[in-house]
Design a protein around this ligand. Sequence first.
Ligand SMILES: N[C@@H](CCC(=O)N[C@@H](CS)C(=O)NCC(=O)O)C(=O)O
Length: 275
Amino acid sequence: MSDGPAAKRLKADDAYKLTYWPGLPGRGEPIRLLFEEAGVDFEDGAQTAEAVPQVLAQIDTANLGDEHNAPPLAPPVLQHGDLLISQTPNILMYLAPKLGLGPPASSDDLYRLNALVLTVFDGLCNEIHDCHHPICTSLYYEDQKPEALRRSISFVTSRLPKYLEYFDRVIRANKQRDVANADQPWLFGPSLTYADLVLFQCLDGTQHQFTKAMTALQDAGQYEQVFALYAAVKARPRIAAYLASERRVPYGLGVYRHYDELDVLPEKKKEEKKD
Ligand SMILES: N[C@@H](CCC(=O)N[C@@H](CS)C(=O)NCC(=O)O)C(=O)O
């Protein structure tokens, strides 16, 4: 596909601009963490008085995009020069090489990292969202409470352990692959990448929604590698400063929600009946 003669006009000082809903971390947060860790400025539309109109303009059914870009269906949206892109993992994969948090776009390793990032979003973002909205996103939580409870019990019993075991194994495999750096806690390669920031944020959201289940797992010493990665990201100086700042928005009615009645523990496996 040709870029076309006018495409990709990018000036060195083109600002990064994030368009996202205000008042909740949601899917905007992993993107913010990349900028924070890299120490790179960006315009956070969610922090302005124009946040809601900016999102509504992007998702308006009359929006036809522009000469380079199709209109997005949903935020987050990133603008950089002539480029306007949506889909969180897509935005992250664009940013990571530019912010020094991933290999260059020409490297196969970027696709290896993207596979991990997509898996984090599958299990610890999209499935978590579906625990409080199992029937439909366009219905209120209050209209799907029994299904949400059933889904949440099922999630913490079988899906959450499956994903945590997987990421634990990925970290162990990374240590084995690179024995010289076996003391590092990361998912892939010898140093922190954007995939680690994404896993951190999605674990944090999971802890917010399923506090009891996550606390029980950590207290039982399970998935030690995963919890060690979480702690290592949290302790990074720029991330720690960000988390303590007013820029870090508290959880609200976004992807990650804390409903006491959904904060459940795994179901015990039924005892096999013995005659
Ligand atoms: N797969 C998309 C999902 C985007 C999404 O669901 N955005 C939410 C906010 S976090 C939204 O506003 N959705 C509106 C809708 O889906 O109608 C992504 O990863 O960016």
